[in-house]
Ligand binder design. Structure first.
Ligand SMILES: NC(=O)c1ccc[n+]([C@@H]2O[C@H](COP(=O)([O-])OP(=O)(O)OC[C@H]3O[C@@H](n4cnc5c(N)ncnc54)[C@H](OP(=O)(O)O)[C@@H]3O)[C@@H](O)[C@H]2O)c1
Length: 185
């Protein structure tokens, strides 16, 4: 594990992908998403991550299985847990950050992209390795914020300036502002 301020440059692109709301960067509540299903956000997430390796924590994995009934289709999942794996073939288990990095090296095919998809503990741990942060800012038409108990970690915005920003149209009371932030070397 490297120090929080240390930056590690990997020989491949590793992106953190998150949807958050408000200045506090709310991402979760009670092991789930804090807002109702937003189709636009789901489609953006699918388009960004399809045909790639996705890395996540055990809590996020369980919330995906609860919601979808199956792992993310078309993606290879690496799941971090300090417990013994359940021993099924639906994901690649990793017991530490170092172990997850080894699994990426082992299972990543040439040119395949790597996305760290949460939750808070895993975003924090992979921040030193991230070359990009892809954020979907969820905006409420009435400026209201949901309750949250999990938050995207604080990061240095100068270190990760916005390179691209694009807004979707309104979907009911929500719209999504996409931000691509690239680490400055
Ligand atoms: N809005 C978004 O974009 C977004 C994305 C993803 C998740 N979420 C939300 O975020 C919440 C989950 O986040 P979370 O931070 O509570 O949990 P998490 O990061 O998904 O998973 C935490 C678990 O990962 C394992 N873990 C953490 N660090 C580890 C390490 N260094 N080595 C090995 N295993 C490690 C541990 O599993 P064990 O306890 O099994 O050891 C730990 O309990 C949920 O509400 C979810 O819906 C939101």
């Amino acid at each position: 594990m490297v120090g929080e301020d240390a930056v590690v440059f990997l020989p491949y692109e590793l992106s953190l992908v998150a949807a958050y709301m408000g200045r506090q960067r709310i991402i979760g509540l009670g092991g789930d998403m804090p807002w109702p299903h937003i189709q636009t956000d789901m489609e953006i997430f699918r388009a960004r991550t399809c045909h790639s390796l996705v890395v996540m924590g055990r809590v996020t994995w369980e919330s995906i299985i609860r919601r979808n009934g199956h792992p993310l289709l078309g993606r290879t999942s690496i799941v971090l847990s300090r417990e013994d794996p359940r021993g099924d073939a639906s994901y690649i288990p990793a017991f530490s950050i170092e172990d997850a990095l080894m699994m990426i090296e082992r299972f990543r095919t040439e040119g395949e992209r790597v996305f760290v998809i949460g939750g808070a503990q895993i975003y924090q741990a992979f921040m030193p390795y991230a070359s990009r942060i892809l954020i979907s800012r969820i905006v409420d038409r009435y400026g209201r914020l949901p309750q949250g108990d999990t938050f995207f970690p604080c990061f240095n915005k100068k270190e990760f300036p916005v390179c691209r920003r694009k807004s979707s149209g309104w979907e009911g009371r929500y719209r999504v502002v996409l931000e691509e932030r690239i680490r400055q070397k």
